[in-house]
Ligand binder design. Sequence first.
Ligand SMILES: Nc1nc2c(c(=O)[nH]1)N[C@H]1C(S)=C(S)[C@@H](COP(=O)(O)O)O[C@H]1N2
Ligand SMILES: [Mo]
Length: 428
Amino acid sequence: MDLKQSGRRQFWKQGAALAGLAAGAIRSATAQTRAAETPEQSAEEARAYGERPRFETTERRDHRLAGQFHGAPYPDSGSRGPYSDLWTPLQDLRGIITPSGLHFTNNHGYIAPDIDPQQYQLLLHGMVDRSLIFTLDDLKNLPSVSRIHFVECNGNGSPHFNGINPDSVQDAHGLTSCSEWTGVRLSVLLKEAGVQKGAHWVDAESADELRFTRSIPLDKAIDDVIVAYGQNGEATRTEQGYPVRLLVPGWVGSYNIKWLRRLKVVDQPEMGKWSTNMYTTLRPDGKRRWFDFEMPPKSIITRPSGGQRLASKGFYEITGLAWSGSGAIRRVEVSTDGGRTWKDAELQEPVLRKAHTRFCFPWTWNGEEAVIESRCTDELGEVQPTLDGFLKKYGITLDYLPSVNTHFNAIQPWKITPEGNVRNVMFS
Ligand SMILES: Nc1nc2c(c(=O)[nH]1)N[C@H]1C(S)=C(S)[C@@H](COP(=O)(O)O)O[C@H]1N2
Ligand SMILES: [Mo]
């Protein structure tokens, strides 16, 4: 453990005590100060790469350290890599871009491989006319695209992952983030190689020791999948798959293979444990559903949200994020009376397909108990369900819900107590 880390952790503990003293109308339960660095170190770093203002300390939450996994104690915390389970502080973000250093990461416990970009190679083979190997320069020399898309873990928000009523929006829903991704369209590479008749899937495999694999239907691969080497204007972060990852817009997070090293064009999907056991939904009858693809429409109020405090009655802007794996968000409604009445929120530009969309709603809190929640509709007309609606759709009861590890998109209610404390009341 390095000094900086241990300092941070210590400060994080102090955070709870400091929160009560923090000024400002909405107080964050994670308020804290940053550990001091040596002056030479910070001056040099600041010149070279810039730094955050000293007072800006929001950070990813390490659920491995927090000891939470699938709502239960972490199984093997010791052996997990440093980037295995970091959650985005959604309550502190504005706009739609997640700063790269705050992008969530889900790594199945392995340490990010250290890949020299000069040595990097991507193999494209299988049912193609020509097998090809691309270096990083080869990829960068091909026509590029930059697109803003979210990545969301399939289990985000589900009690299967997050336990019952985690305190904050970060701990409940922090496995979604949104970046501008730059790279070459997979369709360009497939055209170069020449896809043969009878091919229907592309198996993508990672370079890390896990050999993480998922199969992508050829239609999707040709439609909008990006072989991405850029994130928010610079190289893709180490923990986001440096130097190259797959970006599969709108689909379940696990399709976005990081540290991509091999693409194989095939006729049948591979049926390894990640594609079948880990990333499908178990039905109550013991059978599994077909692969999950698009993430369903979902919205969450990020401010005010769980763990924050309204200092006094008066005006507040309610704001949050909405997104859908099927396309653009068309509408977000907000209720401040626990779902009895709804009013349209304003959607902030830009409203992009398969990207986080920022919504805003002006509100005056009268100082009485209130339950605030949001509900979105996407371009296909699909409406985010209530908890009951979600259970009906899957044909399950609340008891069974913790077994469902995917696609949980029920409306998230936050209760504001007369004292101004904001609490998670999803399951109550
Ligand atoms: N090589 C590799 N790729 C991977 C994973 C992994 O463990 N190893 N995790 C997947 C899962 S489950 C998710 S949700 C996304 C998360 O992407 P991120 O870490 O960039 O947020 O990466 C996917 N790609
Ligand atoms: Mo995931």
